[in-house]
Ligand binder design. Structure first.
Ligand code: FAD
Length: 500
């Protein structure tokens, strides 16, 4: 169930070419630091720039704060021994977190960012708490897209599953703001994160102009970025940035042309993004010479119940198992999408379905009321689903043969989840049920300076959040976006306050 059609993004393809200072009229407003976008990266940048003495103006396309972050489930990927990890009885170190990130984020990930993020993650958690983000010291010990209630900590990157569990001592790092009457959107984890961040920024004097859509950067005669051109209710306005512009406009998930060019796996399946993620910020920075990184990288969620998958097996259209099913479900989705054309099925038995449904709590809606096909006869399931005759039977026989001994030598699912699957079986059709968002973007340094193709910072321009390339070079864990958006957003804001 991918999101709505990728060709429906608002105002996609608007010109992003930079304006020379002489081309724009008198400034309609000014600030030391102009932050574009009021989601997690923008709010964090604004709050820190203001804390470091800057007069800050945020320009936000929509009529309110929050962006995708406020709609998010709320995982924030943090570790290294946060107070929440310790309160829940877990030991973690910056070294272990760094080792996990190095293994999980993909070849070519930015080494400086990985190292800094692991080293200062505890400090960022403490900063969030100081801003008023609430966390409940309770651990959710089951596979899931989210905890079933307001537990604050969960495994969110497959740290306790193959292959990471064998490489690095596992620690859960998915930190979730406490939410009352859990639901997506208002009162979801992302909203509980964003509300205090926005309150912090505004208590520090940050000004906001809503309904203002950034279009292009303004370049001074000396080549420095000196402001932005935006549209406010149809009228063009120009806003001067005395020190720096911080772009925090999110990803390009809703620019179908950019998706087709850079991350074609996601064509027609944007997910966990908002329509304002239309790539305008990225293109405007490219138009002043910005370099980009990891544009091929994407998060790809399989919209199925992780508890059901862990208890069953996930097979492709040829009946072959895909991955260890107890891992982070984003890894299952990514494996299915990148190597199997998003053509997947979940095979489970009655015991697995009942147990998954009992565990899923409010998220039980992820499990369809009944399997797509049910039966005692695998041949019949194959015929009905179109899996080649004998292929599913062979996979099931091999799985069960090892499962009798509580083992999975093929994909290394943890013994806790391994049990022979007995008739009657249910086969769930999850073909095409992947959706996701791009992870690549502008190439930046650890303080958000946007780098050009010669790796030189573009004066007056910083970026953070999904508009920039961050920790991921292809791998992902839930919480990386909200985590790095805040972490590197703060750094960008702090540095912007000193620019000029
Ligand atoms: P955003 O938070 O989206 O902020 C960008 C802001 O910029 C928006 O307010 C937007 O309106 C504004 N903007 C865009 N273009 C312009 C423009 N031209 N002019 C002015 N303003 C503009 N991530 C996690 O880490 N953990 C999760 O648990 C998680 N769950 C998710 C669940 C859902 C349902 C969704 C939708 C997303 C989820 N994500 C999650 C992803 C995460 O929310 C985003 O990747 C993250 O918010 C990106 O941060 P950002 O600051 O770059 O963008």
């Amino acid at each position: 169930m991918p999101g709505r059609g990728a060709d429906q993004g608002p105002g996609r393809g608007r010109p992003a070419r930079p304006r020379r200072r002489a081309e724009v009229g008198p400034w309609d407003g000014e600030a030391d630091v102009v932050v574009v976008g009021y989601g997690v990266a923008g709010a964090s940048a604004a709050a820190e720039a203001a804390a470091h003495g800057a007069d800050v103006l945020v320009l936000e396309h929509t009529g309110g704060w929050g962006g995708a972050a406020a709609m998010a489930g709320g995982f924030i990927y943090l570790g290294g021994g946060t107070a929440l990890q310790r309160a829940c009885g877990f030991t973690d170190t910056p070294e272990a977190m760094h080792a996990y990130l190095s293994a999980a984020m993909g070849a070519g990930a930015d080494a400086d960012k990985l190292a800094l993020y692991a080293e200062r993650s505890v400090e960022h958690f403490d900063w969030l708490v100081d801003c008023g983000v609430p966390f409940r010291a309770a651990f959710f010990d089951r596979p899931g897209w989210e905890p079933d209630a307001d537990q604050g900590l969960m495994y969110s990157g497959g740290e306790n599953a193959h292959p990471f569990a064998e490489l690095v001592p596992p620690a859960p790092r998915g930190h979730l703001p406490r939410m009352a009457d859990k639901r997506t959107g208002e009162r979801g984890g992302g909203w509980m994160l964003m509300r205090p961040l926005v309150a912090t920024a505004e208590a520090r004097g940050v000004r906001v102009r809503y309904d203002t859509r950034f279009e292009a950067l303004v370049v001074e005669p000396d080549g420095r970025v000196g402001g932005v051109v935006a549209r406010h209710y149809g009228a063009e306005i120009a806003v001067r940035a005395r020190r720096a512009v911080v772009l925090a406009t999110g990803s390009f998930a809703y620019d179908p042309a950019m998706v087709a060019r850079h991350v074609p796996l996601l064509v027609g399946r944007p997910g966990a993004a908002v329509e304002q993620h239309d790539g305008q910020g990225l293109r405007a920075a490219q138009a002043v010479g910005a370099d980009v990184a990891h544009l091929h990288a994407c998060e790809a969620a399989l919209l199925a119940d992780p508890g059901l998958m862990a208890r069953g097996i996930v097979v492709d259209a040829l009946g072959r198992r895909v991955i260890n099913e107890d891992t982070y479900p984003g890894r299952i989705g990514h494996a299915l999408l990148s190597h199997h054309g998003s053509q997947g099925f979940v095979l489970a038995d009655e015991e697995a379905v009942d147990a998954a449904r009992a565990d899923a709590g409010p998220l039980a809606f992820l499990i369809p009321p009944r399997p797509t096909w049910v039966g005692d006869d695998v041949d019949q399931l194959e015929r009905e689903s179109g899996i080649p005759c004998g292929a599913l039977a062979a996979t099931l026989a091999l799985y069960n043969r090892h499962a009798e001994r509580g083992e999975d030598p093929v994909h290394h699912k943890a013994a806790r989840w391994v049990r022979p699957l007995r008739a009657p079986w249910g086969l769930f059709d999850v073909r095409g049920h992947t959706a996701g968002f791009p992870l690549g973007g502008l190439r930046t340094d650890v303080d958000g300076a946007v780098l050009d193709v010669d790796s030189a910072p573009i004066p007056g321009l910083r970026a953070a959040g999904r508009v920039a390339a961050g920790l991921s070079a292809g791998g992902y864990a839930s919480g990386i976006s909200l985590g790095e958006g805040g972490f590197f957003g703060r750094r960008a804001g702090r540095a912007a306050a000193r620019d000029g």
